[in-house]
Design a protein around this ligand. Structure first.
Ligand SMILES: [Zn+2]
Length: 310
C-alpha cells in the first residue's frame, strides 16, 4: 500500500512514519490504498507535498514527540503543525471529522476516514430531525451537491401502495385503513396520533422495511456520495451506516407554522413526535442545524460551510 511505499527507503528516501502520515493527509490519499492505483496526478501531488512538508520540518527543527528526540537536545517545533500524527480523535483540518488511527504493517497510522477515503468507498450522510424541522430542505440541498438521496417518507409512500402491506395494516388497524385500494393516511394518522401503542405497532411494521430498502439501496448504487433523510436515525440500524450526521431542529412555534402551511392537523402531527429522542440526537449528531424563518439562502450558506460535504 501507499504508506508502506512511502516508508520503503528503496522507493523514496527520507520519509519516516510521522511525515508519511502528514504527506498522505495533505494529499488526501488513503494510506491503505494500493500504491499502483495512484494516478500520475496523485503521484505528482504526493511528491510536491513530501518536499513541502519535509522542508518545513527541517526549518522547524523537526518534530519532537514521545518517540523521537533530537541529538542536540534542542526540541523541534514541527510537532505543533502536524495534521495527522498524534491527533487521533481530533478534528481533521480539512473537514472537521475525527481522525482515525490504525496500523499499517505494524506502524501507527493516523488519517481522516472521510478525506482520505479510497475513491470507490461510499460516504453516507444522515440527516435527521423531528417533523417540520426543515430536514428535507437540508437533505434536498445536499442532494443538489451531487449526493444520491434516500428519503424515508417517500419510501413509506411506496410501501403503502403494496397490497401485502395494506393487508398487514388492515389486520392491525381495521379494514377502513384501506380506501379504494390506497392507505387512508388521514384515518391512520387519527389512530396513531392518539394512541402511543398503536403508533409503536405501525412503526414496528413499517420501519424495518424502510431500513431494509435503504440498506439495499446503498449497497446496490454505484454512486458513492449518499444522503439519507431519516426522521428517527439515532438508534436505528441506519445510524451505523452513516459517516456523519446532521440533526435539524426548529423552534416549536416555527414547526407549528410550517405544519399549518402544509394544511395538516398540527396537533395530530406533533403528537407523532412526542417521544422524539432530541437529547440523544444533540449528543450524537456530528452537526446541529437550527432552521429559522430567515430566507433559505441563509440555511444554504450554513450547509455550504459544512466541510465534510465538500
Ligand atoms: Zn477530513
Amino acid at each position: 500500500n501507499v504508506k508502506e511505499a512511502l516508508l520503503d527507503q528503496k522507493t523514496i528516501c527520507g520519509i519516516g512514519n510521522i511525515y508519511a502520515d502528514e504527506i498522505l493527509i495533505h494529499s488526501k490519499i488513503n494510506p491503505f490504498r494500493k500504491a499502483n492505483t495512484l494516478s500520475m496526478k496523485e503521484c505528482e501531488n504526493l511528491l510536491y507535498n513530501a518536499k513541502e512538508i519535509l522542508s518545513e520540518a527541517i526549518k522547524e527543527g523537526g518534530s519532537t514527540v514521545r518517540s523521537y528526540h533530537p541529538l542536540d537536545g534542542i526540541d523541534g517545533r514541527m510537532q505543533l503543525s502536524l495534521w495527522a500524527y498524534g491527533r487521533e480523535g481530533k478534528p481533521c483540518p480539512y473537514c472537521g471529522l475525527p481522525l482515525k488511527k490504525s496500523k499499517v504493517n505494524g506502524r501507527g497510522t493516523t488519517y481522516c476516514p472521510h478525506c482520505q477515503v479510497p475513491p470507490e468507498e461510499k460516504i453516507v450522510i444522515g440527516v435527521t430531525g423531528p417533523i417540520a424541522s426543515g430536514k428535507s430542505t437540508v437533505s434536498k440541498y445536499i442532494e443538489r451537491k451531487g449526493y444520491l438521496r434516500f428519503d424515508c417518507d417517500a419510501i413509506v409512500h411506496l410501501l403503502y401502495e403494496k397490497k401485502n402491506i395494506q393487508k398487514k395494516l388492515q389486520e392491525a388497524f381495521g379494514n377502513q385503513v384501506v380506501q379504494d385500494g390506497r392507505i387512508d393516511r388521514k384515518f391512520l394518522l387519527g389512530i396513531v396520533s392518539k394512541d402511543r401503542r398503536k403508533r409503536q405497532d405501525l412503526e414496528s411494521i413499517i420501519h424495518p422495511m424502510v431500513y431494509k430498502a435503504i440498506e439495499e439501496g446503498i449497497k446496490k448504487t454505484k454512486q458513492n456520495r449518499i444522503v439519507l433523510d431519516v426522521p428517527l436515525l439515532f438508534g436505528s440500524p441506519l445510524e451505523k451506516l452513516c459517516n456523519a450526521t446532521i440533526l435539524v431542529t426548529a423552534k416549536d412555534e416555527i414547526r407549528m407554522k410550517r405544519l399549518e402551511e402544509r394544511g395538516v392537523d398540527i396537533h395530530k402531527s406533533l403528537s407523532l413526535n412526542e417521544d422524539y429522542p432530541l437529547s440523544e440526537g444533540l449528543k450524537k449528531a456530528t452537526i446541529h442545524l437550527e432552521t429559522k424563518t430567515t430566507p433559505l439562502l441563509e440555511l444554504y450558506k450554513q450547509i455550504d460551510k459544512i466541510r465534510f460535504l465538500d
